[in-house]
Design a binder for this molecule. Structure first.
Ligand SMILES: Cc1cc2nc3c(=O)[nH]c(=O)nc-3n(C[C@H](O)[C@H](O)[C@H](O)COP(=O)(O)OP(=O)(O)OC[C@H]3O[C@@H](n4cnc5c(N)ncnc54)[C@H](O)[C@@H]3O)c2cc1C
Ligand code: FES
Length: 265
């Protein structure tokens, strides 16, 4: 695990209020597994004191670059969006447990709601490396301008299906609606197929119902407000169905969990 200052190589706005930042962080790029995150100290000032967690969107082991994709939602992400090329950032990572790819998998269905796309691009690359011949991604957002990563997935040869809430691009409605339509077309959807999803809690809750109904194994990347990021403070726990554990830490036990393990009550 790396802790230290890294240089920002580039930062571009990719959608209204959304940015893609590239950093040189060789140790992180080398150690990274899809689904892991970096914990970033966005300011040298006292406030905000806590680091902010971001999924690693893309890595390049040769150049030692890592990229994050993020949306401005508050003070920390606002400060981050004002960083310039050449600025330095204090980062910790890669952290957490990423996605697990079963070696018998024939088909990987990826589903990203909004910024939930961030941990899925490198997952698609890993699925391809493991020889999974069918990879499909469902991307959902409020409107066309907020659909991110479409080109990057297509460049990999991944089949892309898009849903927008306002109907400005692709299927009109929630991405879970599009996913449901597609899965209902298949006669045996769960055979050697796995869903990997990331996005807002209502989307994941809807997926929990759908995957239960269609007996589809699923892994999800969860988000929670974090402090230490190292499993110590227990500030990031989620409820799980395990009667012995009750709660698990998103930063250390996750952020990727089996969807069936998470309690949505
Ligand atoms: C493992 C992990 C990976 C993440 N990856 C990404 C990513 O790739 N791209 C991205 O844009 N965001 C990602 N996030 C969320 C990101 O960390 C938060 O948006 C960020 O910390 C907000 O900081 P802020 O200071 O701007 O907002 P704050 O001022 O702290 O909060 C602003 C608003 O956002 C809500 N919020 C803050 N943090 C979270 C959180 N972790 N989960 C849910 N709601 C939150 C607050 O409740 C509040 O309503 C990830 C979170 C986790 C735990
Ligand atoms: S943030 Fe401290 S235990 Fe997860």
């Amino acid at each position: 695990m790396f802790l230290g200052k890294v240089k920002i190589i580039n930062q571009i706005q990719v959608a209204p209020g959304s940015y893609q930042m590239t950093m040189r962080a060789k140790e992180v790029a080398n150690a990274f597994q899809p689904g892991q995150f970096v914990h970033i100290r966005v300011s040298e000032e006292f406030n905000p004191i806590l680091r902010r967690p971001f999924s690693i969107y893309r890595t390049n082991k040769k150049t030692g670059r890592i990229e994050i994709l993020y949306k401005v939602v508050g003070e920390g992400t606002k400060i981050l969006s004002e960083k310039k090329r050449g600025d330095k950032l204090d980062i910790l990572g890669p952290l957490g447990n990423g996605f697990r790819i079963d070696k018998n998998l024939d088909k990987a269905i990826l589903l990203g709601g909004g910024m939930g796309v961030a941990p899925l691009l490198e997952l698609a690359v890993s699925c391809q490396r493991q020889g999974i011949n069918k990879i499909i991604i469902f991307l959902g957002a409020k409107a066309k301008v907020f659909i991110l990563g479409e080109k990057e997935f297509k460049d990999l040869g991944v089949e892309v299906k898009v849903a927008t809430e306002d109907g400005s691009y692709g299927y009109k409605g929630m991405v879970t609606g599009l996913f449901k339509e597609e899965i209902e077309k298949e006669s045996h959807p769960a055979k050697n197929t796995q869903l990997f999803a990331s996005g807002p809690p209502p989307m994941l809750r809807a997926l929990a119902r759908l995957t239960f109904r269609y007996h589809l194994p699923a892994q999800v990347s969860l988000e929670a407000r974090m402090a230490c990021g190292l499993g110590v403070c227990r500030g990031c726990v989620v409820r799980v169905k395990d009667k012995k554990a009750y709660y698990k830490r998103v930063c250390k036990d996750g952020p990727v969990f089996d969807l069936s393990e998470v309690s949505w009550e």
